[in-house]
Design a protein around this ligand. Structure first.
Ligand code: AMP
Ligand code: ZN
Length: 111
């Protein structure tokens, strides 16, 4: 086991409710959902946050962004969804492995 929870989830060492997996990224249900659908899209590669990206991650990030509407549609979110990326302590990031929150389903409060 590594010290990183999401690395352990990606490796199958810590259980999670996966809804999508490919060679670069996975999506699983947030353990404390803030909406009817609340998923986390997570790269298999350990990258701590947006602050740690460089140009070697460009294709990975594009891949994950393009996954969002695909996974949202699979989850029945036909009318749209919300995406949140928390970065660092100032952004309220709790898990230091980059992840995209995908939220949807009524009612989503205004932001
Ligand atoms: P953040 O504050 O952006 O780092 O978000 C971390 C998210 O991970 C929170 O929404 C937590 O509810 C979620 N989380 C923490 N532990 C787990 C877990 N074991 N499985 C799924 N989601 C988790
Ligand atoms: Zn990690």
């Amino acid at each position: 086991m590594t010290a990183c929870l999401f690395c352990n989830i990606v490796a199958g060492k810590t259980p999670a409710q996966f809804v999508y997996q490919d060679e670069l990224a996975v999506a699983f249900k947030d353990i404390h959902p803030k909406a009817r659908v609340h998923l986390l899209v997570v790269p298999r590669l350990h990258v701590a946050s947006l602050d740690d990206l460089d140009n070697t991650h460009d294709a990975l990030m594009a891949h994950m962004i393009r996954l969002l509407p695909i996974v949202a549609r699979e989850q029945g979110l036909a009318n749209g969804f919300r995406t949140i990326i928390n970065t660092g302590a100032g952004g309220g990031q709790e898990i230091a492995h980059l992840h995209l929150h995908l939220l949807g389903g009524p009612p989503l409060p205004g932001f």
